[in-house]
Design a protein around this ligand. Sequence first.
Ligand code: MG
Length: 216
Amino acid sequence: MTYLNFDGKELEVGKIVCLLRSYAAHAEEMGSEVLDEPDFFLKPPTTIIRDGQDIIIPKESNIVHHEVELAVVIGKTGRFIEKENAMKHVLGYSILIDVTARDIQAQAKKLGRPWTIAKGYDTFAPMSGIVPKADIDDPHDLDIWLKVNGEIRQKSNTSLLLFKISEIIASISRVMTLEPGDIIATGTPEGVSQIVAGDKIEAGIDGLGTLNVGVR
Ligand code: MG
């Protein structure tokens, strides 16, 4: 089991639901159209690592990318959640890096196969500590950035997210029950790029602090 600390208590992590193509500039850099409603895939909770740990590059991949994302942590169970009530289901926020084996993903796309392998290796979801919802005034206006070895690679703002968090929660909960400890990674802005063994990654989001991980 994977646990995160929240407010001095251990929170068991459920599923990690990840949005795709939720920033126009990232969809464009991937050569994809934006979506008119949220679409998503899952990462297993065993992908999570914490601040100070290392992303491990799998032997099977030669191109691993970082994707910095605002993560929404669910605090209350719900199915068919109305947009209007959706924010009541949010416990807090965190920084999540959706690490992706880009070459494996490209092959899967070409063959029409799932992304589970490209997205699912252990260590492929570094996460910062959870900040309570009440501490963030407006989650749709936060600077979000990522540096590799001190050099800025991704820099954007959550105002450019194509879907509101309430809309994302409503959309996911039409398919699957959202439960306490579930995490929604809201998708990445542009600037994704390769990381290699020895790199030092620092990611930050306004109000959520920073997240530092290595690569090996
Ligand atoms: Mg992503």
